[in-house]
Each structure stands twice: as C-alpha cells, then as structure tokens.
Write a protein that binds this ligand. Sequence first.
Ligand code: TEU
Ligand code: CA
Length: 561
Amino acid sequence: NKQEQWWKESVVYQIYPKSYYDSNGDGIGDIKGIIAKLDYLQELGIDVIWLSPVYQSPNDDNGYDISDYEAILDDFGTMTDWDELLNHMHSRGMRLVMDLVVNHTSDEHTWFAEARKSKDNPHRDYYIWRPPFDGKEPTDWVASFGGSAWELDEETGDYYLHMFSKKQPDLNWENPELRDSIYKMMKFWLDKGIDGFRMDVINMISKKEVLSSYEDYENQRAKLKDYAFNGERVHDFLQEMNKEVLSDYDIMTVGECPKVTPHEAKLYTDEARKELNMVFQFEHMGLDKIKGKSKWDLKPLSLLDLKENLSKWQKELENTGWNSLYWNNHDQPRVVSRFGNDKEYRVESAKMLATLLHMMKGTPYIYQGEEIGMTNVKFNQIEEYKDIETLNMYKERVLEQGRDQMEIMDAIHKKSRDNARTPMQWNNSKNAGFTEGNPWISVNPNYPEINVEHSLQDPDSIFHYYKKLIDLRHTHKIIVYGGYDLLLENHPAIFAYTRTLGNERLLIVNNFYAVEAEFLLPENLPYKAAELFIANYPVDESEPISRIMLKPYESRVYKLT
Ligand code: TEU
Ligand code: CA
C-alpha cells in the first residue's frame, strides 16, 4: 500500500498439476505437461504461477499430505523436470510460487514414522499427542473432513491430532526444532530460486492455549474456529519465520486463512509487522451457505451481501495490508456455475464476474480453466468422485445417517471440490486433449463446446477478455493502487464502484443478473468525458453514461475525465 511492489502488480494463475496436462499418457497431469503449456500461459499474460503441491505424497488428499518435502512425486516427474520448469518460467519472465503445507504432514513422512515409534522418540514432539480422557478422545474436536480430530495410536496408547484426514497429523509448532526443520526446508526451495509460497491453512499452526485445558471437556463443543484458527502464538511463529527465512529473499507470500476477519487479516499483512504479504480470506465463499452450518448447507447468494462483504474488505485493507482477489481455487466450485449463469449466459456472466473482481484493489488469482469459463460437473454416480472431503461427507450423511441421497448428490453437484478438479479442457478431441490415456477423474462432458482451442480462435471468448483485463492492469497503475468506493450501495442488481488515483477515476458497472437493469450515475460523480476501457457487449461509445440500460450480466469499465 505504502510501497509499490511487484506482487501487488502481478496476476497469479493457479495450477492444480494433477488435472492440468498429462504429457505421458498415464492419465495424470505432470510437470512436463505444465512446461508444454507455458506458451499458452504467456499468451494469457499472467505473471506468476502458484503450483499446488508436487511433492512426494501418498495422495490421501491429492498432495496436501506430504511425505517428503524435498522430493517430487513420481507421478508428476522428477526434480530435473521441476528445475526445467523453473528455468523455462524465469526465462519468460514468469515467477513460480510453491505451495507450503506445514500445518501437517502425511502420516507416511519419516518424522511421523519416527514419532509414533515411542513416547521418547526424538521426533515424538514434532506432533501433537495427548493421552485419552476418560477412555475416549482428549477433546471432542472435529476434523475438517469429518469425524474426530483425534486418532488413537495403538502402539503408544496416545491420541494424535489431525485437523484434516487421519493421514494428515498436525505438526507441533510449539517445538523449536520442528520450526527449524521447516525453515531449512523452506530455504531449500528458496535457494533453488522460487519466488514465493502459498501457505496452506497457515492460521491453524498455533493451538497451544486450547489444547492445554482439559478440565473444560464438557465445554469443548465450541466451533472449529475457536480451537484451531488464529491461535495465540501464530503471529510469533510467522514473525520468526519472516525473520529467519522470508526476509532474506525477494518473494511473495500468501497465507490461506479460513475464518479470518479483516481485523485479523491486517495483523497478518500489515507491512510494518513483517509477517505475510497477503492472505486468502473466505468470507465471500461463505455467503451462499446457511450461517453456522457446513459448506454443504446452501442458500442463494444475495448480491447485497456480496457487495457489503467485498466492499468491507476493500475499505478495511485500504491503508494497511493487501487483498488477494479470487473466485475460484482447487477447493471451490466453479464461479460461473456458482455466482454466474452457466446456461444461457455463460460467456457474459463469466466476463462480468471477471470484471467485477479484476478491477478491484488487490492481487487477482485465476484458477485453471476459469479463463475459458469451465463449469461445475454433475457426475451421477458417487463412484465418479475422488475427493476425500466429498466421499467422507457422502458416507456420513447418506450411508450412516440415512439422509436423502438425491439431496446430498445435489449438494455435491453444487459444492464438491471435484468441480474444480476435472481435467483442464484443451480441445475437442477425446478426453478434452488432457490425456492420451484414462484420466484419473472424468472429464466434464461439456468439453466439445468449452475448451482452450475454441477460446483461442474466438476473439470474443472469455479467454481474450481475461487477457485484456490482465493487460489493462499491467498498463494502468490506477487498477493496482487506486482507492475503492462502492456506488449504489442498495441497488439489488447492480454492483458498481469507482477506483481513484490522484485525479484519475475509473467507473466499473456490472449487472449481476439475467434481467436488464437501469444504471443511473450518481450526481456527485462529475465527469467531462468517458473513455470505454472494456465491456462484454458491443457499446456505442457516444452513448451518455448518466443513464445506461444494462443488458443481462453486462459489464462496462470507463475512464472518467
Ligand atoms: O484447505 C483448507 C481448508 O480450510 C479446507 O477445509 C477448505 O475450506 C475446504 O477444502 C473447502 O471445502 C487447504 C487446501 O487448500 C485443501 O486442498 C486441503 O485439503 C487442506 O488445506 C488440507 O491441507
Ligand atoms: Ca502423466
């Protein structure tokens, strides 16, 4: 905010390697596959790639369960392939951000294999162990993927903590040797020349306070956020990490922080505090679920809620910290299906959502396939789904609780993480050109219509629109650094705002729905001329902007002078 930084001026593209491009026909995307697509990414114009985990892993959670931090998973290739990827990217002026998953390891990591051997093993304290309480779990905490967060280790009679699957034991950040081991591993990658880290659930690493209270067992029925997020020592740990590691390199850091509020986000990203550059917050991802319920318990999104929420983040982080901007990632359904209209107005609504986000202040993230308007998938059989979270939920609700199967499948169609994980759709040949073999997860059957090859050929495609948005950001500092102000706060269908830098001003107008909407320019917004920057319908540029009839999902960006 105070200072100009390359990571504030960048657009990031996330790659989920398993589903990107398979170079050798085994049905699994790989590193050589990414290298083969760098021309494509350069054409799009992105600056940074965030690569989801490619480390050695038994794949209980698709690589977010790491068994060796300094080795590449065989499915993805070799360290030589990875070195080549980095070289190719750097020679094109692209930067590489790696995923850092250090809230937990795999139970197959040598640290855990050692730790579970005996109570006095030197690695025992790398993890979080507690004796049984009254013959049962130490607390009634629940894991993110269902069931208790505690797993009994038969051998030593203690429970270990796992906030995700039982194959993802949580690391004990209270232990300084563990922290040193993590810092060493981070330096291993930084010294290879990477340009930053996306830190998986980094606001979960401090849990000490709650863990030490047992007397209170009956009252432990608090929600997850009270025992596992934003714990009391998290800022100490991040400041130490910054001092020991991050501050020695010119890199970017983004911490994935479920359940953060703007107040907490500022603590993580205030430049003066020397922790992280930005966080991924999740509030806007929760607006279409019933408050206090799980991600599967849905309600329709209200545009007023979305405006209120995104505007709050824009304003709160205006002078302190920095926002990340995203609609999608590998854990979220496809935004065009979720907040747009993937039927009659797929192209228009995808462009509208892109405009809305990319004209805001912060660093935008594009998730693979978003740039061609990929949609959610509807597999009819639960067997087609691969995601541990989806499968566990189905088992719990349908098989154990006997709930209505149709209703649960409907929730899966809307919210399963596999919506984001079907293979990237490259062309209209078999398997969308993703693989010559059998894909590890089925391709979305809409690939003959929605694919990269089409998008590249069609000058009006979503791809070309994203390319233009990225280009605008690169050429106009106001898009990066300008202040944000919401317009028409209570309008139920239009999301409009301005960006202001010095005496420059941008006007951004979006119709969020499939019916026409009338935009009336507020009177306190004087202008002499309006220059059209980008729009998702043809626009008569001589048309006055004081009153605009917006078509379904229409977006326009004007520069006002
Ligand atoms: O996700 C963290 C997280 O909070 C998840 O619970 C997320 O909210 C959920 O997937 C939404 O359904 C990170 C990774 O992004 C995810 O892929 C991993 O499974 C998880 O951490 C454990 O490493
Ligand atoms: Ca492969």
